[in-house]
Design a protein around this ligand. Sequence first.
Ligand SMILES: Cc1cc2nc3c(=O)[nH]c(=O)nc-3n(C[C@H](O)[C@H](O)[C@H](O)COP(=O)(O)OP(=O)(O)OC[C@H]3O[C@@H](n4cnc5c(N)ncnc54)[C@H](O)[C@@H]3O)c2cc1C
Length: 371
Amino acid sequence: MLPFVIKSSTLAPPDWEKRGAPNATFVFDRTVFYVHSSSYGPLQVSYYSKRVHPTNTSFAEALRTIDLRPSRSGFNGGLLSGSAYTTETIHPASATRSSSHTSYLTCAIQNIQLKVYNMALASKILFRGDKETGVTVSTEGTSLYTLTATKEVVLFAGMFHSPQLLMLSGVGPRPLLDSLRIPVISDLPGVGQHLQDPIFISVQSGVKTPSLASELADPNRLGPNLTAYINKKAGPYSSAGGYIAFEKLPAASRAVFSARTRDGSPTLRTPSSWKVVPEVTPGRSVETDEQILDYIQNKAMQMWHASATDAMGNDPANGTVVDWRAKVFGVDGLRVVDASALPFALPGHPQVTIYAFAEEIAALILEDIKQ
Ligand SMILES: Cc1cc2nc3c(=O)[nH]c(=O)nc-3n(C[C@H](O)[C@H](O)[C@H](O)COP(=O)(O)OP(=O)(O)OC[C@H]3O[C@@H](n4cnc5c(N)ncnc54)[C@H](O)[C@@H]3O)c2cc1C
């Protein structure tokens, strides 16, 4: 997978001057992402932050006290463990978002004859027998028209809309399609099922150190902050992201967990140096195990990193929808290349994997065309 990650992105080194925080430096490992090699991808990735706040430094220190030490190579080296400043899909020169539109699509429009139908909504994939032949589309509510496929259709409408389009087109669980009188092209029980999205639970404490939020909330700083952003692409408006930590305990450590923890009752630890003013959320009303469990059950939220609704695998009867070349089972000439095709929820942020996955399938499509 790494070659496809490298192929998709260009990682800019941190801009120490703009960060303006000599106590928030870290060793920048140039081998990660092969910075300065010739294999640059169109997606621009830069380091948080163009401005680092004292709160980040305190947070890093606090994490260290619970053994979440700074990761030497950050989280782009393939190891999600320890703590690090995040990277972000922000173009380092313009300090604006590098999206699939501004990176890949812009490149493609410049380099190849790609026709883009703006504001077009696909409503159905058309089949002749089990061979996919095109897609019906409307633009901003116009009447439907058909785009015909000469080779194949690649679907990437995301983890909700890709399975929806498949089902509307007759690819999905037969009982459901029958109940909606949609003629079945391929009976795939897994379409739209098995959604996975990690959850998060919020524990918030106030801090006395300046933070991004406090700087942005200060009306006296609005002018200087905007000037810094517009003139120098610097300051708090130039960055997103932050300092985060991942904990992946090795199997050997998990083996020595107490039976209680293995059964799902771990001890939650808060770094004492971080809790500088009273906890805001959930606060003092949540103290006992029962209250904490109740808080988690009622307040846990999804990460918005959902996936696996058209899961990749080799057993369509048992819920997988696409094979390892992202081809939909039971039909010809149709692939799904987005988060829905991931076989399971990823441990980290999914974006980079989805770009790399698309690069990998693009390479397989080219291979298929050559054969
Ligand atoms: C609030 C939020 C915050 C997130 N933050 C992060 C983050 O910080 N880091 C990270 O790595 N990930 C983050 N994610 C997750 C990340 O955005 C997704 O995992 C990723 O975008 C999935 O990519 P995709 O290509 O599968 O789908 P999408 O990015 O959803 O792309 C699907 C595209 O298909 C289009 N589409 C849908 N239906 C149709 C149709 N019928 N016809 C035509 N077009 C259609 C949609 O408009 C969309 O442009 C976040 C997600 C959310 C919701």
